[in-house]
Every structure is written in C-alpha cells, then in structure tokens.
Write a protein that binds this ligand. Structure first.
Ligand SMILES: NC(=O)c1ccc[n+]([C@@H]2O[C@H](COP(=O)([O-])OP(=O)(O)OC[C@H]3O[C@@H](n4cnc5c(N)ncnc54)[C@H](OP(=O)(O)O)[C@@H]3O)[C@@H](O)[C@H]2O)c1
Length: 462
C-alpha cells in the first residue's frame, strides 16, 4: 500500500485551476485522495491560495489535506521546501514522494535542481513533467540530459494527458481485444485513418505560450502523434509497458512526411460578431503573428500492415465545433449498392467518450449511412488527469510518454515546422466558426478521400 505526498509546482496556474485541482478533488471523492503541497511564487498561505483559486466550495475534507509553500524555483534550495515536505510526510505517514511540474519547460531544470538540492530526491521519488517537453528536438534532448543528471530513467514521467483518456484504453481493446473490429482495423480494409481535434474556442489564458508554439508544436507533436501511433502500431507482443512502447515507436518511425501540398496551416481572423477578435488581436499574441492556429496534413506510412492507407491529422482553434476522435474509414466495397460514403469505426474522445460505428443500412430505394453509438463510457468515469495522477501513484509508465517517443515526435515536428515556414502563408486565412482554410479539403481530395464528417449521417433510433 502506497501513501503518497504530491508536491504540485505551478499550483496557481491555468492548468492547475482548470484540470489538476478538479482531478485531485475527484480522486479524493473516490477514496484515492492524497495530501498535496502546492508550490508557486505567490506570497500567500493555504487560506489565501484557496480564496485566490476560487475553490472555497470544494469539500472541507479535501481542502484540509492541502498545504501551501511559496517558492521561486529559480532561487535554489533554502530548506523551506524540505521542511514542509518532511512535516507533512510525518503528519500523514507518507512513504512515496511525487512531484508534478505544471511549469513551463524552461523551468524544469531549475525545479529538478531544487528537488534534488533540497534532499528530497530519495529512492522511489517520481517526477512528472507537463507537456510540452521542450520546443524542438534539440531543446528536448538537452532538457532530458539536464534532468537525467538528477533523476534516473524510472523516476521520470513525461505527461501527455491524452494517454489518460479512456478512449486510448478503448482503442487498444478495440484493435486487439475485439475480434470483430480488430478484423477490419488494418490496411486491407481501411482507406484512411483520420485523427481530428477541433476546438470551438481560442487559446484563452494561454495565448502568450501558444503564440510561441502554434498548433503543430502544441497538439500535433503530443496528442495527435500519440493517438496516431496507437491507431497504427502493429499488435504488440504483450500489453506490457516495454512491448507497447516498442510497437508505438516503430509506428512513429514508419511515417512518411507529407508532401508540401499535403500540409495546410491556418490562422483565424476576426468574426462578424464584434466580440469575435482575430487571433492576432488577442493579448499575448504578436500583432503580425505567423503562428498557426490550424494544421491539417497527410502522412504516408511505410508498413506492411497499412499498404496504401492515408493517415490524416486535422486540428484547429475557433472552428465550428469542439470534437476529438480517431477514425478508421473503410474502403467502399460493394458491387451491388451505390454508397455515398465508406463505413467507419470512430473512437470518440470529445464531447463524449466511446465507440461509434458508421454503418450502411437499407434506406429509401437503396442504402444510406447510419451512425450508432455502440459503447459509451459513463459520464462520471474518471477524467484523464485523475488517471494520470493514479498512474503516477502506481508508477505506471504506460500512461506516460517514453523518452524515445518524445524524441521521435520532436524529430517529426521539427520537419513539419520547417515545411510550414518554407510556405508562403497568407494569414489570417479562415473565419471563426468555420471548418478552417478551404485548402485543407484539398489534402484528402488529392488522394481520393474526404474528411470524415461525423454529423452527416443519420442516427439510428435504437
Ligand atoms: N493551461 C493548459 O490548458 C495546459 C494544457 C496542457 C499543458 N499545459 C502545460 O502546463 C504547464 C503550466 O501551464 P499553465 O497554463 O498552468 O501556465 P501558467 O498559467 O502560466 O502557470 C504557470 C505556473 O507556474 C508558476 N511559476 C512560474 N514561474 C515560476 C517560478 N519561477 N517558480 C515557481 N513557480 C513558478 C506560476 O505561479 P506564480 O506566477 O504564482 O509563481 C503558475 O503557477 C505548462 O508546461 C503548459 O504547457 C497547460
């Protein structure tokens, strides 16, 4: 039995407010709570913190296990952090130290040095680093070498909260557990794999960071390449961390970079509504920013499992809907009926999580597409960040990004960024509330496909 203490750096930040504190409350409510020492530079105490973060209405039993220490991670160890940690561990009888760095990556080395220099890096301590881990292959490698100077490989947990989503587990079960679906999840039947992450909002409180990153670094490098590798990897020898890690890495290495015209980037302009500002008008964005808020692309894949299968990714901000899904679109293969679109298996990640099928059924004089949600995760199932924290408590590396995967994904991302920068992008090039730049539609068209539209087919009433 493990009794952890979680030390949360970046406790006053946007991520902490929106995701981490609610997830910790969720764990507490399901009986898996833990004492949490919150750290930031803000000069306050735990009462001031609770008020500042607006969490006074969280259950008292949860708030009672929160502690706060003011600390600038760039100032080095001065004993305060160590004293608080030991005090709380003594009081709660904790035997496992967990550190969660919800900090910008350029503070990771300072924070690691602080943990180590405070004498807190004892055996079994685990350190989670939020994404992004660096902003290029070079910076990620140098950061990794810096933090490995403090921590062993097994102590390092690189976070991509997509790996905590139920849909990711569902994808493995669909591909390798279900005989029915596993039988079609391959290049013999698939015309394309499409991974979509569309948001109907802008970068909100993260504009300053986002303006230096853009859609490719922010989500393609992490969430979308993770989803892609799980969707295309060969069956691993077992579900062990090592075997899954190896199969995912191979999948990433087998990707063929897009041709120039198969990468389309965009940035949204102002909407018709006066309150709908252009991206460049946001506080934190450069007034002539060249940052992409939209990216669509096609990869080829050099794998015997996927001969002739097209792999499409699409993501963007301020689009017409908020939706995330992994889709396998089947070849249209019927001599007797005229079909207007192929069938599809969809793993939905947002707004609901579950499995959806697009099937062909009798309709009118011929056939029509119908969609059916066949598995729906319960709305109260644990959130991605609850699963990430639980994974950290268990030391389960399967829910985290391997160091090799992180490097390979940056290698691909660097190439995509070079391609983007070599293009003559005329921003802004799409309006808020739309599907993004029209040219994005040309990518699948050029290969005889189209973007899957999850709203087109009729829902069955069963
Ligand atoms: N926000 C999101 O939706 C989101 C999503 C995915 C990943 N992430 C990642 O999560 C991390 C945090 O993001 P965020 O959006 O929460 O950023 P943020 O709102 O800017 O918060 C940064 C946090 O770091 C603390 N901090 C900054 N400098 C510090 C220093 N020198 N010493 C100690 N603490 C310091 C800040 O507190 P003080 O200023 O009070 O010290 C604050 O708590 C980043 O790596 C980000 O990329 C964020």
């Amino acid at each position: 039995m493990t009794d952890p203490l979680l030390v949360l750096f970046g406790a006053t930040g946007d991520l902490s407010e929106k995701k981490l504190l609610p997830a910790l409350k969720g764990l507490h409510e399901s009986g898996d709570g833990m004492p949490v020492l919150l750290v930031s530079r803000k000069d306050t105490d735990i009462h001031g913190f609770i008020e500042y973060m607006g969490i006074g209405d969280y259950p008292d039993s949860f708030l009672e296990d929160l502690y706060y220490v003011q600390k600038d991670v760039t100032e080095g160890a001065d004993g305060r952090l160590r004293e608080r940690v030991r005090e709380i561990e003594g009081f709660h009888g904790c035997d496992t130290r967990l550190f969660y760095l919800a900090l910008p990556y350029f503070l990771f080395e300072d924070a690691s040095s602080l943990i180590d220099g405070s004498g807190l890096n004892r055996d079994g301590a685990r350190v989670a680093f939020e994404k992004p881990f660096g902003d290029s292959l070079e910076s990620a490698r140098s950061l990794l070498s810096d933090i490995r100077g403090f921590f062993d490989r097994d102590q390092v947990f690189l976070v991509d909260h997509y790996l905590g989503k139920e849909a990711v587990e569902d994808l493995l079960a669909t591909r390798f557990g279900s005989d029915l679906l596993g039988a079609v999840w391959n290049g013999k039947h698939a015309e394309s794999i499409q991974i979509l992450l569309s948001e109907d909002f802008g970068p909100s409180g993260r504009t300053r960071y986002y303006d230096s990153a853009g859609a490719i670094r922010d989500v393609v490098q992490s969430h979308l390449l993770q989803a892609l590798s799980l969707a295309t990897m060969r069956p691993p020898d077992s579900l062990s961390e090592e075997d899954v890690r190896e199969a995912k890495l191979e999948a990433l290495r087998s990707l063929e970079l897009p041709e120039t015209q198969d990468l389309v980037v965009g940035q949204y302009g102002a909407g018709q509504n006066p309150s709908s500002e252009a991206y460049r008008e946001l506080e934190g964005a450069d007034e002539d920013s060249a940052t992409e808020t939209f990216a669509a692309l096609r990869f080829g894949i050099d794998s015997p499992l996927w001969p002739d299968t097209d792999i499409y990714l699409k993501t963007g901000k301020m689009l017409d809907r908020h939706e995330a899904s992994i889709n396998l679109v089947l070849e249209e293969d019927s001599r007797l009926y005229d079909k207007n679109q192929g069938e599809a298996v969809t793993l939905r990640m947002h707004p609901t999580q579950g499995l959806r099928l697009r099937l062909t059924q009798k309709g009118g004089d011929g056939v029509e597409s119908m969609r059916q949600d066949v598995l729906q995760n319960s709305p109260d199932s644990s959130t991605a960040y609850e699963n990430i924290f639980s994974g950290l408590v268990r030391g389960d590396h399967r829910l985290f990004v391997s160091q090799e995967f992180m490097e390979e994904s940056w290698r691909i991302t660097d190439r995509l960024i070079d391609m983007k920068e070599s293009k003559n992008n005329n921003f802004p090039n799409y309006a808020p509330g739309t599907k993004g730049p029209e040219k994005a539609g040309n990518i699948p068209e050029r290969h005889g496909d189209s973007w899957i539209d999850l709203t087109r087919e009729r829902e069955t009433d069963t």
